[in-house]
Design a protein around this ligand. Structure first.
Ligand SMILES: Nc1ncnc2c1ncn2[C@@H]1O[C@H](COP(=O)(O)OP(=O)(O)OP(=O)(O)O)[C@@H](O)[C@H]1O
Ligand SMILES: [Mg+2]
Length: 405
């Protein structure tokens, strides 16, 4: 089983998927932009061979180089788990005639307008929306959809350049701020709670699934620095509150023609109980969501994803034992971390529930919270009881404070 894995070393968790592939018996042909000499030996041991490319995001160039590199060798799979590489993987599969999701299928997961159109065609509830390539098209869309609206890039990530727009004046202001975005998606604003639906699929069927709740919604968390965003996996998936979201998720997977691999979907539940599709990617969620799912069931999804991709099987337990919360912290002030208040007390009282405490140590430079949800570090904790898990997350969010100068 020869697997070409694009972006095998970055973002850092990709090294875990590389390990998973090796552990299920694949020979891993890794592709990355880091020089071979710089790969850590603990990671390099999982690679059969490595190709350094000058620019991972130059699709044409990567396709040409990998095709040349693999000439004369048998390739069974070409995979990528980083959003910006999934289309490159699809193009390579088509170029080399390797099984897996086609360019057309992957387009449905990358282009937010096509994604919504395919979901609508399957009769699913999706925010009303339009594509806009100019201010005139944006105004026409707003006139049709009405306010409030959400304006976001057609192929965005990390809530970048995403805005809630309440009026025509705000629309003009927002268009001025997003001039660098080539194509916008303009959507009906959905008021409600926001959840994920995550799967490892085999031929489009979930072998593993997960739901997590965002507290608060990402758009609010990503525009207010003082907030400590929390994401909690839902242990009990059979409750009515999430059942409709899971049903919607199954519908989306089939509408988009999902194949084998990870999916990460977002959906809303309105106060009325109605569930509405948000977006979906054919790759795992970032920001340690896979670690959270692993802690939820005490399993290793890095390896199980690899097993699904290589052998179309999934062997881990899907019994959900915990609700697992991640709490992202953002320091007050700029510069270097000087003080962390409340952490010792928190660990003394609740340390038995804490799986990881990865707050930036004193002296480290603050991260750019706009660029990475990881912000100035995080705590992962878990508890079998939903209410208690969220109470603990709340305490970590409110009673641990980091300072920077
Ligand atoms: N139609 C909508 N109604 C209400 N809120 C929305 C809508 N579309 C997006 N949002 C908010 O903006 C956030 C970012 O939008 P979306 O998930 O589409 O973009 P993204 O940049 O790909 O996100 P991610 O952070 O998952 O990479 C959503 O999580 C949600 O909170
Ligand atoms: Mg999103």
């Amino acid at each position: 089983m020869n697997v070409v894995f694009l972006a095998c070393g970055y973002p850092p968790e990709m090294q875990q998927y590389t390990r998973g592939l090796a552990e299920v018996g694949a020979s891993v042909y890794g592709v990355g932009d880091a020089p071979r000499e710089r790969l850590a030996p603990s990671f390099k041991q999982y690679l059969t061979d490595y190709l350094q490319v000058p620019k991972l995001l130059d699709e044409d160039d990567v396709v040409a180089r990998v095709a040349a590199w693999m000439r004369g060798r048998a390739v069974d799979r070409i995979e990528a788990n980083w959003e910006v590489m999934v289309m490159t993987a699809a193009r390579l599969r088509e170029a080399l005639g390797i099984p897996g999701m086609s360019v057309d299928v992957v387009r449905g997961f990358r282009d937010k307008q096509i994604m919504k159109e395919r979901a609508i065609a399957a009769g699913l509830r999706v925010p009303r929306s339009a594509r806009a390539r100019s201010a005139a098209e944006a105004h026409a869309a707003a006139a049709k959809l009405g306010y409030p609206l959400v304006l976001k890039p057609i192929s965005g990530a990390g809530s970048a350049d995403t805005y809630e727009v309440g009026s025509e004046r705000e629309l003009d202001q927002t268009l001025a701020r997003t001039q660098h975005v080539r194509e916008l998606s303009i959507e009906e604003f959905i008021d409600g709670e926001e959840f994920t639906f995550d799967c490892v699929c085999i031929d489009g069927k979930p072998a593993f699934m997960n739901v997590a709740q965002y507290l608060p919604k990402p758009l609010i968390a990503r525009t207010n620095e003082w907030i400590s965003p929390v994401i909690t996996t839902v242990r009990e998936l059979r409750q009515p509150a999430v059942a409709d979201g899971i049903k919607l998720g199954y519908g989306v997977l089939s509408a988009l023609g999902m194949g084998t691999g990870f999916t990460h979907m977002e959906w809303f539940r309105k106060p009325s109980g109605e569930v509405v599709f948000g977006e979906i990617g054919c790759r795992p969620g970032g920001a340690h969501l896979v670690d959270q799912m692993n802690y939820t069931c005490d399993i290793d999804l890095f390896r199980e994803w690899a097993r699904a991709v290589c052998w179309h099987s999934f062997e881990a337990s899907t019994v959900r034992k915990y609700n697992t919360s991640i709490i992202f912290k953002r320091a007050r002030g700029q510069g270097r971390i000087t003080k962390i208040v409340g952490l010792r007390e928190f660990m003394r009282k609740y340390g038995e529930f804490v799986m990881e405490e990865k707050l930036l140590p004193l002296g480290s430079q603050r991260r750019n919270w706009k660029q990475t949800l990881l912000s100035d570090g995080f705590i992962i904790l878990r508890h079998p009881d939903w209410r208690i898990a969220n109470q603990l997350a709340d305490i970590a969010a409110n009673e641990i404070t980091m300072y920077a100068e």
